[in-house]
Ligand binder design. Structure first.
Ligand SMILES: Cc1cc2nc3c(=O)[nH]c(=O)nc-3n(C[C@H](O)[C@H](O)[C@H](O)COP(=O)(O)OP(=O)(O)OC[C@H]3O[C@@H](n4cnc5c(N)ncnc54)[C@H](O)[C@@H]3O)c2cc1C
Length: 388
């Protein structure tokens, strides 16, 4: 067992940090309060080799590891939290499922633009009546000649106001085995995108409506039975949310620590009050513990698909710790921490969302409990006509 990064990983972390300080530090506050996807940052990151870190070189990626991508998130977020979303998009988001399961023609058509930072992709999984119970999704895809005809509605899709393409979970037929996914282009007939709504974080999402929307069969990403494969990839996406949650918590912690070292009240710096010292000790304990869980899940995932249990434990821990630490950091910094003059309140708002998105903490705990008792606990009432 080795708790240290390799020399190569340390060098990579250092390069990413220097890139972030040179290009991203200056406008970090402005960027956090702009709901638009930062395409300028995505283009810069593409040139720096930070897009497609885990995607094979043959597909235009860097051929690196998941832990490299986690390092990139940590180093970027430490300087400009908002820019870590670009690392997420380019490495952990739907792009990864797409790169893994796309046909050569699909990849040739869209991957270069996505990896260049010219285009963003949105994931349409959640529906009005299918949130945590995602397998209840109803959006249908019916074959019709050389097309599939889509009908249904998706909600909460991040980046949807700006995305050029959408990875949409669909139902080809009944049950779990009937679920798969298709790629839908923004300007497809029968596909309408509602007005943007805002999350607490400032990010925006739009309702996606499919009304007899015809998608060519060559846009099918995964056919019937593809759900399990998608969930395997989704565990990797979860690690991106996990890494960002922890990194945002750490950003807030660092800001609060620096503040407590210089801000004086009652004639002494805040860090000399034991009530605050213990807060920092508790924050440090939480951050260090969650960090190890994240690194374990990412390192083991590099040896195959991530374990659902290790991913669930890491995400539940990092989501909770990221938020708890950011919230304590706001407290330590008083009214300044609560104001938009610093990024600490932003980190608190952002980390709150990851306790819900990508598998809520409660759903992750359900998964962990199944591991603890080594049995499945069906969440559905026994008498229900389950979709699975
Ligand atoms: C910031 C953010 C970004 C998102 N981005 C996307 C995206 O890009 N694409 C996309 O498709 N979706 C996205 N979502 C939606 C997200 O996937 C859903 O919010 C999530 O699956 C939960 O569904 P829900 O909000 O409908 O809550 P519900 O499923 O209605 O759950 C409500 C509450 O009940 C709890 N609960 C539900 N079932 C159980 C159970 N069996 N046991 C214990 N507790 C339970 C939940 O944990 C939650 O606290 C995003 C959400 C957020 C907040």
């Amino acid at each position: 067992m080795n708790f240290d990064f390799t020399e190569e990983q340390k060098l990579f972390a250092d390069q990413v940090r220097r890139f972030a300080l040179a290009h991203l530090e200056k406008d970090a506050l402005k960027r956090a309060h702009d709901p638009r996807f930062p395409f300028d940052v995505a283009k810069l990151m593409s040139k720096q080799g930070l897009m497609g870190i885990t995607i094979p070189e043959a597909d235009g990626g860097q051929g690196g590891t998941l832990i490299d991508a986690v390092i990139a998130i940590e180093q970027i977020a430490a300087v400009c939290p908002r820019s870590a979303d670009v690392v997420q998009f380019g490495n952990f988001g739907p792009i990864r499922t797409f790169a893994e399961y796309g046909t050569p023609a699909q990849k040739q058509r869209w991957l270069p633009e996505l990896l260049a930072g010219n285009m963003v992709m949105s994931l349409g999984m959640t529906e009005p009546d299918a949130g945590s119970a995602v397998t209840d999704l109803k959006t249908s895809a019916k074959p019709d000649g050389s097309n599939f005809v889509l009908n249904g509605t998706k909600v909460f899709s991040t980046f949807s106001p700006e995305a050029a393409i959408f990875l949409i979970y669909v139902r080809y037929g009944p049950g779990l085995g009937g679920i798969g996914s298709v790629i839908v282009e923004r300007d497809t007939g029968g596909f309408t995108i509602g007005a943007p709504s805002s999350f607490m974080s400032g990010e925006q999402w739009s309702e996606l409506h499919f009304e007899n929307c015809r998608v060519p069969a060559e846009n099918v990403l995964l056919g019937p039975g593809g759900f399990k494969k998608q969930m395997g990839s989704f565990n990797i996406e979860r690690l991106g949310n996990t890494a960002r949650a922890l990194a945002f918590g750490r950003y807030a912690y660092n800001a609060a620590r620096d503040y407590a070292g210089t801000r004086e009240q009652f004639g002494r710096p805040l860090c000399e009050f034991q009530g605050l010292q213990w807060k920092f000790a508790e924050m440090a304990i939480k951050l260090e513990g969650a960090q190890l869980l994240l690194y374990r899940a990412a390192t083991n995932a590099d040896r195959g698909l991530p374990s659902a249990y290790e991913t669930a434990i890491a995400k539940a821990a990092c989501n909770q710790v990221g938020f708890d630490v950011a919230s304590e950091a706001v407290q330590v910094m008083g009214a300044l921490g609560y104001s938009r003059e610093t990024l600490v309140e932003y980190c608190m708002r952002r980390t709150r969302g990851w306790m819900i998105a990508g598998g809520s903490i409660e759903m992750l705990k359900n998964r962990i409990a199944e591991h603890v008792f080594d049995r499945r606990f069906d969440q559905r009432p026994r008498h229900a006509d389950a979709a699975e």
